[in-house]
Design a binder for this molecule. Structure first.
Ligand code: PLP
Length: 375
């Protein structure tokens, strides 16, 4: 079948084929070394990712979810504490707060960027608030300067969920430079993806780094069987780290290609009913997702699917309306911007492996859908 007319939402096979000799030999070297846990590759990757994201320390862990949970745990967040966060994100952002026995307190999003509305945060602060947990959704950073100012003024921790934003910058400042800790994910489809699960905590605070290092190995320090605190079993393994180090060399080029793809969509979709993504001033977007809005989102998605184009809805139900978090007591109407976004958003394929023809085909099918709707 002509590849132009089959457009996947991600193409990990093409990514692997392009790097096959490098990845295969990196994996073979680890297999031959016999060292699979916390070796040289993990340490080097930690240094390399920390450097490229503007932090002093990196601590590799088993997933992006664990990177969030260990960050919060290292800061002592637990029962009785409130953490201010966004309802329009992947479930892990809220899940880690709840798992630690703390309470998520939601603030609505800015409808243009889908990131937390920094102007609404101060109203949600109570004497129990301990931390802010914003998300850099779809690959652009939430307003770090405003978040940091609020955190400083109210004595709160700032933890960034940057799972989707490796390589992003704001006014030239990289993603992990501001805040107490920043969590990244190496889930396979993220902009820098492993061949399995993985994540990393980034911080420039030596104490926080030390605590996360302790927590990832059962709370041990100063020898494997001496436990300072009850911890976790959450490590990034050597094979994943070796693969990630190969891919990290291509990250900038890949992110640039995503931006190019996004620009192309913007031109081709001008004048349609599609609401295009908005980049806040000063942001360098990494387009983990290219997310449009459309009044007839479900019909458009079905139409594109019929024509071989895979799309996705991130996210179809805000977290405050999820069954799992009903106990938090929120109801429909509490966060209208998040609720409306959930009804209208659609992410189009934007991955670096797309061809120009594929992007033109997707845009042409969006146009044709609209033409066929008009009576
Ligand atoms: C992917 C993701 C996570 C979780 O990362 P995993 O590696 O899948 O555990 C957390 N938050 C956001 C916003 C994500 O997109």
């Amino acid at each position: 079948m002509d590849k132009t007319f089959q457009v996947p939402i991600a193409d990990l096979q093409a990514q692997y084929r392009a790097l096959r000799p490098e990845i295969d030999s990196a994996v073979a070297r680890v297999l031959e070394s016999g060292r699979f846990i916390l070796g040289e590759n993990v340490q080097r990757l930690e240094e390399e990712v920390a450097a490229c994201c503007g932090a002093r320390f990196g601590i590799g862990v088993a997933s992006g979810t664990d990177a969030l949970e260990l960050s919060l745990a290292a800061l002592g967040i637990g029962p009785g504490d409130e953490v201010i966060t966004t309802p329009f994100t992947f479930g892990a952002t809220t899940e880690v707060i709840v798992r630690l026995g703390a309470k998520p307190v939601y603030v609505d999003i800015d409808p243009d960027t889908y990131n937390i509305d920094v102007n609404a945060i101060e109203r949600a602060i109570t004497p129990r608030t301990r931390a802010l947990l914003p998300v850099d959704l779809f690959g652009q950073m939430a307003d770090r300067q405003a978040l940091w100012r609020i955190a400083q003024e109210h004595g709160l921790y700032l933890i960034n969920d940057s799972a989707q934003a490796i390589g992003a910058q704001q006014n030239g400042v990289p993603v992990a430079a501001v805040g107490h800790a920043t969590a990244l994910s190496f889930y396979p489809t993220k902009n820098l993806g492993a061949c399995g699960d993985g994540g990393i905590v980034l911080t420039s605070d030596e104490q926080i780094a030390r605590r996360v290092r302790q927590l990832r190995v059962h709370g041990a320090e100063g020898g494997a069987y001496f436990y300072k605190v009850p911890g976790y079993c959450s490590r990034l393994d050597e094979i994943q780290a070796a693969i990630l180090r190969v891919k990290l060399r291509y990250l900038e080029e890949w992110n640039e290609r995503r931006r190019q793809n996004a620009r192309r969509y913007m031109e081709l979709l001008q004048g349609t009913e599609t609401v295009l993504p908005v980049t806040a001033p000063g942001n360098l977007h990494t387009y983990h997702q290219f997310t449009i809005r459309h009044r007839q989102r479900d019909a458009l998605q079905a139409y594109l699917k019929e024509h071989g184009i895979a799309t996705a809805v991130y996210y179809p139900l805000p977290l405050h309306l999820q069954e799992a978090y009903r106990c938090l007591g929120y109801k429909c109407g509490d966060f209208p911007h998040a609720e409306r976004a959930a009804e209208e958003v659609l992410s189009l394929p934007v991955h670096p492996e797309l061809s120009v023809e594929q992007i033109e085909y997707v845009a042409a099918m969006v146009r044709r859908f609209e033409e066929e709707q008009t009576p």
